[in-house]
Write a protein that binds this ligand. Sequence first.
Ligand SMILES: NC(=O)c1ccc[n+]([C@@H]2O[C@H](COP(=O)([O-])OP(=O)(O)OC[C@H]3O[C@@H](n4cnc5c(N)ncnc54)[C@H](OP(=O)(O)O)[C@@H]3O)[C@@H](O)[C@H]2O)c1
Length: 242
Amino acid sequence: MRSIPPGGCAVVIGASGGIGAALVAGLLEDEGFGTVVALARRFTASADGRLHRGPIDVTDEASIAQAAEALPRPVRLVIVATGALHGGGLQPEKTYRALDAAALMESYRVNTVGPALVAKHLLPRLAPAGRCVFAALSARVGSIGDNRAGGWHSYRASKAGLNMILRNLAIEVVRRTPDTLCVGLHPGTVDTGLSQPFQRNVAPGKLFSPAHSAARLLQVLDGLVPGDNGNVLAWDGATIPP
Ligand SMILES: NC(=O)c1ccc[n+]([C@@H]2O[C@H](COP(=O)([O-])OP(=O)(O)OC[C@H]3O[C@@H](n4cnc5c(N)ncnc54)[C@H](OP(=O)(O)O)[C@@H]3O)[C@@H](O)[C@H]2O)c1
């Protein structure tokens, strides 16, 4: 990535996921990063050349703090690629009649609070000068302005909350470190476990492979300009309305 000073560390949280794993692979191909740290719930600490792996659970703040402590400096890029749409008591609601307090809370816990706590512990690790990026995988359906279909209450609301957190981070962080940008990313509809039950209605050619989506997202991150700070950008670089 030409916009980020070489030799630093890139971190992917949720590296066991479809998009997270593809982002790690894409970052390893980029010689610009001295270390690529892949963090996931099921990983144990290990290192293989430039690839370092370690454990993290974004619903456990102590594990986030521990993972942050272990990061090689300087950290230049953080991508939060965790998220949940179904499973573990979650099922996208088709109607408000299906709203369930526990599911709403769980969605918020994983999709909003998790990335917020990652920011709390990892933003202080970013290099104080030179371009750094903190990005989190959001979703187009988290846009309030773009919502014409309804449904998926808890997932949409949790991603809208994440987008607000990202905008807030962007405003605060740029005051002290003007070269650091915070953005959300929409990866397109990607063939992963998360989208698998909902792929039937996806038009042919619109279902991306994780590798394709990751490559486009890394391009978007490389092309960020200060005006993108706090925005959510899609895989093609388009800004998604709040
Ligand atoms: N796929 C799509 O079409 C699509 C579209 C729009 C947005 N997105 C967003 O893109 C991101 C990545 O999704 P994906 O498609 O790659 O899904 P995925 O393959 O299901 O990956 C989800 C990742 O999140 C991790 N995760 C969930 N809860 C966690 C926790 N408490 N602590 C740590 N990790 C946790 C999973 O870890 P485990 O392996 O341990 O379960 C996995 O690494 C999500 O934020 C999703 O909302 C995806």
